[in-house]
Each structure stands twice: as structure tokens, then as C-alpha cells.
Design a protein around this ligand. Structure first.
Ligand SMILES: Cc1cc2nc3c(=O)[nH]c(=O)nc-3n(C[C@H](O)[C@H](O)[C@H](O)COP(=O)(O)OP(=O)(O)OC[C@H]3O[C@@H](n4cnc5c(N)ncnc54)[C@H](O)[C@@H]3O)c2cc1C
Length: 322
């Protein structure tokens, strides 16, 4: 049961990835009474990332180390981070929010900053989990540079797969695009660019059965893929040192218990203050509709959201006198 004296906040931040931790730091600096709820340890996708080489000020930093630094920076400014899983965010008749957790707690605040990120769709084949971050990736901008001069595979047939296969040829010597059908879903323009790129070879009607690799000197590497022809059933091996999977990404928005504006992919649409179509509910990071999803964009969104929350609270107080 939630202690009533410890359940009322100015803002509740859901998720402690880069966006949530940055929002928590700004909320602390703004002297807001803020609570951050995170189902795992703080860090979000940084914890699944070996190295980050595009966060200004750090030419190269381990994802885990950047996560720890962000969490301790937020705590230094008073962030309270509790390990709990949020199961629902409900707007109450007075316009404030009740945030319910799986652990049975209920918290209240006039504002919520949702930074719960998203989940890349997985292939679900042997080797995928073992080699994630060691040759298996879900982010070309993030990991492409690690495959300079190498032969890699991209799995998928939609816009993301085709666009990222083309992008990856900046680094890779050769990119196989593996698609389980005999035609792509990607837009015509992207397809034209793909077919004109001499470094890309499409392997039609193929599905990945497993990702193979090896361990040496405490490190893991991808060495190839085991494939199956979806028409003939014939099996083959494809030697590659990396496998990028782009078969979908689902923003974690299921917690919001009323209608909110979103784009066709389900990403939350916000205004330029990061407020959603529900007054008082802000969104930042990977679950927000925007051009790209990076650590820098997540913390940028979160900075705006936390400062907008302060202004929202000031305006609300002047209206309702609380
Ligand atoms: C393999 C990989 C490599 C990447 N490499 C780079 C890179 O090199 N450079 C770069 O800029 N970006 C990189 N990215 C992208 C970057 O990690 C994301 O853009 C960034 O983490 C987004 O931050 P976020 O806070 O919005 O979401 P996330 O990092 O996804 O954090 C969301 C947090 O919310 C928590 N959460 C979710 N649901 C709940 C719930 N119901 N209750 C409580 N907590 C919840 C999650 O546990 C998670 O901690 C990479 C991504 C991946 C997957």
C-alpha cells in the first residue's frame, strides 16, 4: 500500500533511459518534487549498447558507463529513482494523473513525463540474444561504423531495412539484404536507390534460422547466418560479421489509458514543448514521433519536457490556486 504522504509529486517520470534520467536531472535542478519509475536498472537501451561514439564530449564511452554517469548525475540533483514497473497512467477528473505500478503502488501528480522507449521486434532465432551488441544490432546509425570494410547482413523488407542497408554501405564493403518474400514493402524511391547500389545484394525468399558466432579471449563475434529458402526449403550458410535487424519497432505507449494523438507507426505526437494531446502528459525520447532516435535526441526532448513541465505547473497553480 502506498504511503499517502509519499505518493503525491509534481511530476512522475516513467522510464529511466537517457530521456528519463535527463528529465529527472532537470526536474531536480528545477526543485520539482519528482519521482522516476524504472522497471530495470537505470540506463535503458544504453545497457544493451557496447560503445557509444556519437555523444558529444565522449569520443568513445561504454553504454553501461554512460548510463551510470547519467544516473549519478540525476541523483546528485536529488532524483528519486524507484525500481517499479508502471502498468497504467490514468487521467483523473481534476486533470491530474494516477500512475499505477505492477507492484500495487499508486502515485499522483499533475504532470507525467513518459520516457518508456520502445522495443525493436526481434527475429526470435538462436544466437540473436547471445550476440546482441556483439554483431547483432537494431540501429545502423549507432553501430554501422564498427563494420568498416566488412560483409554484413540486413534483415527486413520495409522502409527501415532498405534505408539502413543503403546507409550501411558507407562503412561495409558488402551488404546482403535478406527478405523472406519476393518483393519489398519499402517505398519505390528507396527501392530504386537500393537496386542502384552496387554494394548491396538482395537475397529473396530467405529467412534466418540462426545467427552463428564464436567466443575468443572473452569476446563474442558473429561469424555467419544459417538461412532457409522460404520457397524450396533449401538451407544455406552466409558468412557475415554483422546482422542488422529491421523488422519493426513498437513504441511502449500501452500504458496510456485514454486516446492520444499518434502517427501511423504508433509514435506519440507532441507539440514543441513535448506535450501530448493529453494536457499535462509529456513524452520524450524513442517513443515520440520524430525523424531519428538517438541518445542526443532523447536527452534533447527530455530537457524541453522537464522545463515545459515547470511552466505548466506554474500556469496551473495560477489558474487553480494549488
Ligand atoms: C543496440 C543499440 C545500440 C544503440 N547505439 C546507439 C548509439 O551508438 N548512439 C546513439 O545515440 N543511440 C544509440 N541507440 C539508440 C539509443 O539507445 C536510444 O535512442 C535511447 O536509448 C532512447 O532513450 P529513451 O530514454 O527514449 O528510451 P530507452 O533507452 O529505451 O529507455 C526506456 C526505459 O523505460 C523503461 N520502461 C519501459 N517501460 C516501462 C514501464 N512500464 N515501467 C517502468 N519503466 C519502463 C525501460 O526499462 C527503459 O529503461 C542504440 C540503440 C540500440 C538498441
Amino acid at each position: 500500500m502506498t504511503d499517502p504522504a509519499n505518493s503525491e509529486f509534481d511530476t512522475i517520470i516513467v522510464g529511466a533511459g537517457p530521456a528519463g534520467l535527463c528529465a529527472a536531472m532537470y526536474a531536480g535542478r528545477g526543485m520539482l518534487r519528482a519521482l522516476t519509475l524504472e522497471s530495470r536498472v537505470p540506463g535503458g537501451e544504453l545497457l544493451n549498447t557496447e560503445k557509444i561514439e556519437d555523444y558529444p564530449g565522449f569520443e568513445s564511452i561504454l553504454g553501461r558507463e554512460l548510463a551510470e554517469r547519467m544516473a549519478s548525475h540525476a541523483r546528485k540533483f536529488g532524483a528519486e529513482i524507484r525500481q517499479m514497473t508502471v502498468e497504467g497512467i490514468q487521467r483523473l477528473p481534476d486533470g491530474s494523473f494516477e500512475v499505477r505500478t505492477v507492484e500495487g503502488e499508486r502515485f499522483h501528480a499533475p504532470t507525467v513525463i513518459l520516457t518508456a522507449g520502445g522495443t525493436p521486434t526481434k527475429l526470435g532465432v538462436p544466437g540473436e540474444v547471445e550476440y546482441a551488441g556483439f554483431g547483432v544490432s537494431y540501429c545502423a546509425v549507432c553501430d554501422g561504423a564498427f563494420f568498416r570494410g566488412q560483409t554484413i547482413a540486413v534483415v527486413g523488407g520495409g522502409d527501415a531495412a532498405v534505408e539502413e542497408a543503403d546507409y550501411l554501405t558507407r562503412y561495409a564493403e558488402k551488404v546482403y539484404l535478406i527478405h523472406r518474400r519476393n518483393q519489398l514493402r519499402a517505398s519505390r524511391l528507396l527501392q530504386e536507390r537500393l537496386f542502384a547500389n552496387p554494394k548491396i545484394e538482395v537475397l529473396w525468399n530467405r529467412q534466418v534460422l540462426s545467427i552463428e558466432g564464436r567466443e575468443h579471449a572473452g569476446l563474442r563475434d558473429v561469424t555467419g547466418l544459417s538461412l532457409e529458402d522460404t520457397v524450396t526449403g533449401q538451407r544455406s550458410s552466409l558468412p557475415v560479421s554483422g546482422c542488422f535487424v529491421f523488422i519493426g519497432f513498437r513504441p511502449n505507449t500501452g500504458l496510456i489509458q485514454e486516446h492520444f494523438a499518434h502517427d501511423p507507426g504508433g509514435y506519440i505526437v507532441t507539440d514543441d514543448r513535448m506535450m501530448t494531446s493529453i494536457p499535462g502528459l509529456f513524452a520524450a525520447g524513442d517513443l515520440r514521433a520524430q525523424l531519428t532516435r538517438q541518445v542526443t535526441t532523447a536527452v534533447g526532448d527530455a530537457t524541453t519536457a522537464a522545463i515545459a513541465v515547470e511552466k505548466f505547473l506554474t500556469e496551473r497553480r495560477s489558474k487553480v490556486g494549488v
